[in-house]
Design a protein around this ligand. Structure first.
Ligand SMILES: *Cc1c(COP(=O)(O)O)cnc(C)c1O
Length: 435
């Protein structure tokens, strides 16, 4: 038995992979990834692939970025870990500062968590408790159909993707949901769809607004739903309605943040500021797990007082110094390299490269904001999106679909020739699946 076969056999015996139907696993032929460099991943035979989806939307500059690796190594040699409960440390403080200077002005406070889900979890608890401490009982959350905010129970409660979320319905929080602004009728303009869902939101808030502590949205792109995009007027309208009805606005920028849409935050496109903003995924450059909730003085100050006003939340590795050092190096590099502007350039270039596919009969729709791209294809038998992505591997590209939406979200350090290879591989993948 070769090394790979032995590894796969042990995997089958002992490992349970995320979001994976293991009854299909052997025939789906899992790839063993052995190393990475820049925008490329290498399998155990040495074959290289462009990382077309930033290793599930996390990689920023590229893999094994020396500056980030050095920062982690230097930090590990100084202070590996110390709790943030009752103690503090430089990388955690400097990172909070760095995040605040890069964020909409009223966001002045940073609470660290581990994964995107745990940031959302902290954010929704914070919103409820803040309102309670201001003398308002508001136990209800409003969220958006087709939304995704992670897999812990609070995050699942504010999610709205049926295939992921319906199993857990009986054990979730009580919430109310409005329609997705990204699901337009044929020919409907994005702004018209936004106005329609805003009217629905207003009607809902007229009914239950007094009991809502937070409205939770993925700004501009509902990523896990298959890159459903919506108009900036939706975000602006939700901001206005939140304020009018006294609910907080939580924008979940775990996927959209850190430059991915061609702005530091998706809310920057709409020129609005939320009361709570969650980030994660690309925060450390895609190297280590770290997330954060950014919030306002108003919310922070409602927690000041006696012991009962403590925010009863924290994790063993809150603000882990290695993660914080990676994130600081990542943000510094983003400044030096003007990564956000480069992301906007990637978006435009992808748009140009994908133009011919827009008129392709096999494509239903291409949705994109900045680098976040979904190519919805016409189903052709079972798991069409999956088969296209598998075929694209033969042409040196790795990505994962969401149903029949092929996702492209390359690392923000990608160059034009690699973008060309990326799009060509998807086209080749389609050719072989529809042949
Ligand atoms: C991925 C994602 C999450 C969950 O983050 P994890 O790190 O996987 O827990 C939350 N919100 C959004 C918008 C996401 O895309």
């Amino acid at each position: 038995m070769g090394v790979t076969d032995a590894l796969l056999a042990a995997d089958r015996r002992h490992v349970w992979h995320p979001f994976t139907q293991h009854a299909w696993w052997p025939e789906d032929d899992p790839l063993v990834i052995s190393r990475a460099d820049g925008v490329r991943l290498y399998d155990d035979t040495g074959k290289d692939y462009i990382d077309g989806f930033s290793s599930l939307w996390v990689t920023v500059h590229g893999h094994n970025e020396p500056r980030i690796n050095d920062a982690i190594a230097r930090q590990a040699a100084t202070l590996d870990h110390s709790t943030f409960l009752g103690f503090t440390h430089e990388p955690g403080v400097r990172l909070a500062e760095a995040l605040v200077t890069r964020s909409p002005q009223p966001l002045t406070r940073v609470f660290f968590a581990g994964d995107g889900s745990s940031a959302v979890e902290a954010g929704i608890k914070m919103a409820y408790q803040a309102k309670m401490q201001q003398g308002q009982q508001r136990p209800l959350y409003v969220h958006v159909a087709q939304g995704y905010h992670g897999d812990t129970l609070g995050a699942v409660s504010v999610g709205g993707i049926d295939v992921f979320h319906h199993t857990y319905k009986p054990i979730l929080l009580d919430t109310r949901m409005v329609s997705s602004p990204g699901l337009r009728r044929p020919g409907q303009a994005p702004a018209d769809r936004a106005a329609e869902v805003l009217a629905e939101l207003r009607a809902l808030l007229d009914e239950v607004g007094e009991t809502v502590c937070a409205i939770v949205v993925e700004p501009l792109v509902q990523a896990a739903a298959g890159m459903l995009t919506h108009d900036v007027s939706f975000l602006r309208g939700v901001r206005e309605l939140s304020t009018e009805f006294g609910a907080y606005l939580l924008t979940d920028e775990v996927a959209t943040g850190i430059g991915r849409t061609g702005a530091m935050w998706a809310v920057d496109h709409a020129d609005i500021a939320p009361d709570l903003l969650t980030c994660g995924k690309g925060l450390t450059g895609g190297v280590l797990p770290l997330s954060a909730v950014l919030t306002t003085d108003e919310i922070y100050e409602s927690f000041l007082g006696d012991a009962s006003r403590t925010f009863f939340h924290g994790h063993s590795y809150t603000a882990n110094p290695l993660c914080a050092a990676a994130a600081l190096a990542n943000l510094e590099l983003m400044d030096e390299r003007d990564t956000v502007a480069h992301a906007a350039w990637i978006g435009r270039t992808l748009g140009d490269l994908l133009k011919p596919l827009e008129a392709d009969g096999r494509v239903l729709e291409i949705r994109r904001i900045g680098t976040m791209t979904g190519i919805e294809v016409v189903p052709n038998g079972e798991r069409t999106g999956f088969r296209i992505c598998t075929a694209a591997r033969e042409h040196g590209v790795i990505t994962r679909p969401l149903g029949d939406v092929v996702i492209l979200m390359p690392p923000l350090g990608i160059t034009e020739p690699d973008l060309q290879q990326l799009v060509a591989a998807i086209r080749h993948g389609m050719d072989s699946v529809y042949a």
